[in-house]
Design a protein around this ligand. Structure first.
Ligand SMILES: Nc1nc2c(ncn2[C@@H]2O[C@H](COP(=O)(O)OP(=O)(O)OP(=O)(O)O)[C@@H](O)[C@H]2O)c(=O)[nH]1
Ligand SMILES: [Mg+2]
Length: 227
């Protein structure tokens, strides 16, 4: 399923983000629904990342910038819980910002992208985080992603630079490639797992550590890719 919206009521910042919505029955095919937004400069690869996750395909060739905002749904299973991710793909271009701001408030998770071949997209991450703090809910899950990691010759941002920026803001981080699919599914699964844990967690249970989960899964996939 996909949708598009060009305008919406202005967002207001405030209390906690709407809790992930629990499905009243399994007839809808999921147990929990979560809204995830993809953010970052135009051209960093948000739409390709979503298409890779949804359809397992990469669109190379002409770059068609997203206009306004669009969404796709995908259900993933984490620990036997079916989580429906409603993923909002936003336009990175400045002229659409007022449209996309209106959607921040309902989002439970934000994937914030830069392009490892674009210093400007990396430098703009601080401005994106300022916008996020202004428009999104305080407990929104944020993940920083350095996309286009498949490009080796055009790299201008080192992995350590991404790691240290993420550490500074206390957000999980990984490099990804919408082209090869590297860490695409892991990014969404980690978000789904975090949101599922928040929905079902008992107060005395230890908190789910999203960065630790990412590191353990990254190691697993690199170990298994040699087998
Ligand atoms: N090599 C490589 N190219 C990529 C990758 N992801 C996206 N691209 C290319 O980068 C360009 C921009 O990708 P999009 O996904 O359309 O960018 P976007 O972030 O959605 O841009 P806006 O919609 O304007 O915000 C396209 O030409 C893609 O083919 C990637 O992981 N690796
Ligand atoms: Mg796009």
């Amino acid at each position: 399923m996909s949708g598009r919206a060009g305008s919406a009521a202005p967002a207001q910042n405030g209390g906690p983000a709407a809790a992930p919505e629990r499905s009243p029955s399994l007839t809808q095919g999921y147990d929990l629904a979560c809204k995830v937004m993809l953010l970052g400069d135009s051209g960093v690869g948000k739409t390709c990342f979503l298409l890779q996750f949804k359809d397992g395909a990469f669109l190379s060739g002409t770059f068609i910038a997203t206009v306004g905002i669009d969404f796709r749904n995908k259900v993933v299973t984490v620990d036997d819980v079916k989580v429906k991710l409603q993923i909002w793909d936003t336009a990175g271009q400045e002229r659409f910002r007022s449209v996309t701001h209106a959607y921040y408030r309902d989002a439970q998770a934000l994937l914030l992208f830069y392009d490892i071949t674009s210093k400007m997209s990396f430098d703009n991450i601080r401005a994106w985080l300022t916008e996020i703090h202004e428009y999104a809910q305080k407990d929104v899950v944020i993940m920083l992603l350095g996309n286009k990691a498949d490009v080796s010759s055009g790299r201008v941002i080192k992995m350590e630079d991404g790691e240290s920026l993420a550490r500074e803001y206390g957000v999980p981080f990984m490099e990804t490639s919408a082209k090869t699919g590297m860490n695409v599914e892991l990014a969404f699964l980690a978000i789904a797992k975090e949101l599922k844990q928040r929905a079902v967690q008992q107060p005395d249970e230890p908190r789910f550590q999203i960065q630790e989960y990412i590191e353990s899964q990254k190691k697993k996939s690199s170990c298994c890719s040699f087998m």
